[in-house]
Unconditional design. Structure first.
Lengths: 473, 195
């Protein structure tokens, strides 16, 4: 199966147009035609032409930039589709498929009927294709690209042997224009001149060397769907359908030793509108009984309209989650993970956080706050001196001089210093610009006031001023 | 009037309590440390006051603390209710910023009873709900003896099943214990109260 216009057909399928159309690929500083439709070919354009020339030939030319990754994805999806004909389907180059139809052709009523079926189906999909069936892979390639029948293989040019362009030119210079001439010429001088590759290709085309088709391994798909004969609208029914989908999805996950981290439930209604319920889990999970109740909140918010007739459940994000030894019942990490997920569906999974130690003397940066679902608890906090339990943005107070004030007013309270402990000098981290540390060094004091409150004050000697930044327990 | 502390503290499990006053954060940390050492602390995200793990260290291991930052008080209450009902964390501390209605307080009580967990609301003065089991007022007290002291005065100002009263306590970070300080007049060596 050769798709001579794969790239342009892919784009034109989405927005069809009869006008000349090309796909332009960048090669260095020039743009070359990568792929073109029949209208463009009729206008005199050809593959590999410069775009500037092409535009002068054909002023109303429509062009799109090439997207090799999308083309490859399109080719892969065609490969998946082609598995309907036979189980052994491989990818050939960037624009072809190779099918090993041995043993499957009779299911379609013979090779000719199979090719007709393929052709009608692909034409209906607006894909131009050239098909050929032959007894070897090399011959099929040659016939698809150069036409003809298998018995006339010897008449085809040597380029039909999947050779490098320079080899083809060299062979033509030697006067070996067709495969037949190549096959009848002595092999040893050819091998000496062109290396083993040429004769390997020849033998593969003629069937003297086997060339197996390698079917690609399908990446596991973690999605399941359910179509209902009658639309449903009750919450309990949707949950029952979800349960059924979940059990098969979780079986798939378990087979791959994966756990879902993010799930998406798509509910399609009778009127074609679809609604999605997203679920982000606090830990990779694959137990249906645990995941199902977590969907309850999202499903209860769905507007069923005239009924839901198709449900699709997809694990949009999966993580490796190996089988683990069951722990004792006392510490139930999975119960906590469920709680985090349940809270996370309401306030967002990022908003459930935990403290992690960080390496900094700056009090605000001596710890990190990380989402609990994506981090492990770590100990290792240390404080050389007592630290306040609460920290606020520095609040200026009226005081002068480097020694702590005897009396000061803070938050409309008159406070008297009874004991001052300090100073503890903390220098700003000059390598990290921080607006709050613009005033330079800080001398921190712990102030026990007569009124009871224990405050954390600092004085900035480089830029005199006093601030209250925290309160001790 | 002094209290017999062990009959009130650790706070009764399966109930929700309230605390107000300047030392309420310290009270909550001590309550969490005594009641099970693992806690969820629910806070509204716009509050600028940060909890400092190093400051928590004398009371509770910061690794055992989970924070939930919510958008508004309704979310705070919903998260707290969910966590109280679940029971996988023995203590849930929530900071409320507007008065609690009786219905909200009652729902929290039911959730705490279902999960056999302890709930503690840090409330601004006078904004509690009538459904609370106990309401405390905690304030720091100057301690001339020690410069790293955590001396506080705790008062029960509402109690559904007992008396009210106050006492002085301090937390010993080394032994992880709460100590009750006798009132000034009854300390050894102090002058006797005039008859």
């Amino acid at each position: 199966m050769w798709f001579p216009r794969l790239a342009s057909d892919r784009v034109l399928r989405r927005d069809p147009s009869e006008a000349p159309f090309v796909i332009a690929a960048r090669a260095g500083s020039t743009e070359l035609i990568h792929c073109l439709n029949t209208a463009a070919e009729r206008a005199g354009l050809h593959r590999g032409m410069r775009m500037a020339d092409a535009r002068s030939f054909c002023p109303d030319l429509i062009s799109r930039p090439a997207d090799p990754r999308r083309d490859a994805r399109f080719q892969r999806s065609l490969r998946r589709w082609a598995e309907r004909f036979c189980p052994w389907v491989g990818v050939e180059d960037t624009d072809g498929l190779v099918l090993d139809i041995t043993g499957s052709a009779h299911l379609w009523g013979g090779e000719a009927a199979m090719l007709t079926d393929m052709r009608t189906r692909l034409e209906r999909a607006h894909l131009s294709v050239r098909l050929a069936a032959a007894s070897t892979r090399g011959a099929a390639w040659a016939l698809a690209h150069f036409g003809g029948i298998e018995e006339a293989l010897f008449a085809l040019p040597v380029a039909a042997l999947r050779l490098a362009p320079e080899t083809v030119t060299a062979l033509q210079r030697l006067g070996l224009g067709s495969i037949g001439e190549l096959a009848t010429s002595p092999r040893a001088p050819l091998a000496r001149r062109f290396g083993p590759d040429l004769l390997l290709r020849l033998d593969q085309a003629l069937g003297a060397q086997p060339e197996p088709v390698t079917p690609e391994v399908e990446p596991p798909q973690f999605s399941v769907r359910l179509s209902l004969p009658e639309p449903i609208g009750l919450e309990a029914d949707v949950m029952a359908a979800t349960e059924r989908l979940l059990s098969s999805l979780c079986a798939k996950l378990a087979a791959q030793e994966m756990g879902a981290r993010q799930l998406c439930l798509t509910l399609r209604r009778v009127d074609q509108a679809s609604q999605q319920v997203e679920l982000r889990l606090a830990a990779p999970m694959r137990e249906p009984a645990r995941i199902l109740p977590l969907f309850q909140r999202g499903v209860s918010e769905v507007d069923a309209g005239f009924g839901i007739d198709q449900i699709r459940l997809e694990a949009t994000q999966v993580e490796h989650s190996p089988v683990q030894q069951m722990g004792n019942q006392a510490n139930r990490p999975e119960q906590l993970a469920d709680l985090i997920t349940r809270i996370g569906t309401r306030i967002g999974l990022e908003n459930i956080q935990r403290f992690l130690p960080a390496d900094s003397h700056i009090p605000e940066r001596s710890f990190l706050i990380a989402p609990a679902a994506f981090s492990e608890p770590q100990s290792g906090f240390h404080a050389a001196r007592p630290r306040p339990i609460r920290l606020f943005t520095p609040e200026p107070i009226l005081a002068a001089g480097p020694t702590p004030p005897e009396r000061f007013r803070w938050r409309r309270m008159d406070l008297t210093t009874e004991r001052a402990t300090g100073p503890e000098r903390i220098a700003p981290e000059w390598w990290l610009p921080d607006e709050a540390w613009r005033r330079g060094l800080r001398d921190y004091w712990k102030i026990d006031t007569c009124e009871g409150r224990r405050l954390w004050l600092f004085y900035t000697p480089q830029n005199p001023g006093w601030f209250v930044q925290g309160e001790f327990a | 009037m002094s209290l017999h502390l062990p009959s009130f503290f650790p706070l009764r499990a399966g109930r929700v309590h309230e605390v107000c006053g300047a030392a309420s954060t310290g009270f909550a940390a001590i309550a969490a440390a005594v009641a099970g050492a693992r806690a969820l602390w629910v806070q509204e995200a716009w509050l600028v006051d940060m909890l400092i793990p190093e400051g928590m260290m004398p009371f509770i291991e910061p690794a055992n603390l989970l924070l939930a930052r919510t958008q508004n008080q309704i979310d705070t209450l919903a998260v707290a209710e969910e966590a109280l009902k679940d029971g996988s964390l023995p203590v849930v501390v929530l900071e409320v910023t507007r008065p609690l209605y009786l219905r909200e307080g009652r729902r929290l009580q039911l959730a705490a009873r279902a999960g056999q967990t302890t709930g503690l609301c840090i409330i601004p003065e006078g904004m509690g709900s009538n459904a609370t089991e106990t309401r405390w007022r905690a304030g720091p007290v100057y301690d001339p003896a020690r410069d790293d002291s955590t001396l506080m005065r705790w008062e029960i100002i509402k109690n559904k099943s007992g008396t009210t009263g106050g006492l002085h306590v301090f937390w010993n970070a080394q032994t992880h214990r709460l100590h009750v300080v006798p009132p000034v007049g009854e300390r050894p060596g102090s002058a006797q109260r005039p008859e």
